[in-house]
Design a protein around this ligand. Sequence first.
Ligand code: AP5
Ligand code: MG
Length: 210
Amino acid sequence: MNLIFLGPPGAGKGTLAARAVEILGIPQISTGAIFRAAIAAKTPLGLKVKAIIDEGKLVDDETTVALVRERLSQEDTKKGYILDGFPRTIAQAEALATFSKIDKVVNFDIPDAAVIERLSGRRVCKNCGANYHVLFQKPKKEGICDSCGGELYIRDDDRSEAIQKRLEVYRAQTAPLIEYYRQKGLLVDVDARPAVEVVEENFKKALGLR
Ligand code: AP5
Ligand code: MG
């Protein structure tokens, strides 16, 4: 199954994708995580995108599409994949359609107030990228990742100005994809407001998995 996870920043796309990987046995491809790994490794891509991402703006379509195209050519995507955070513009969606066939687009629906609450308390593992929250998804030991023991940090784009910018960018450039995919008959809506376990149930129902 080839899936897109669509939704505003902080909707819980990454958190649910980690669970969906277990449920469906297909890889999660997060463009944001690929960019953050490149930034941490100070590769040419990382150096090019760091300032853009820290400000909460979008990386250009050409760079992002090339990255996804290359990733989707790898063997582990043959049985399906979850695109987490891609496409984010109509141009990216149109480019994607030329090299991939999407089965369903999962739209994580959540109001801005909840997004701000989630992003301002998020902690991320430096090593494996797992997401935590200081109130809603606490690690067993403060500051340490449950799965790999890595150190937890605050993303540079989780500062309040960058959060506001990301919400603006989402509304202007990404939200139009909801109607775009609805018209193609591919969209399924998932209420992303409840606790993670409930969102997981909503997701399974939306995909007819239970
Ligand atoms: P990206 O990494 O994709 O960031 P994003 O879309 O802003 O989304 P987030 O990762 O912030 O949120 P999420 O929905 O994954 O939520 P999470 O599960 O972490 O992109 C980063 C940047 O890279 C972009 O701004 C852009 O610059 C660039 N980029 C990426 N893709 C691009 C593209 N296609 N084109 C151009 N540029 C691109 O959850 C958030 C928090 O809430 C966590 O703390 C979590 O523990 C908690 N939480 C999750 N679910 C629940 C729940 N149900 N109840 C309570 N708490 C919850
Ligand atoms: Mg994410």
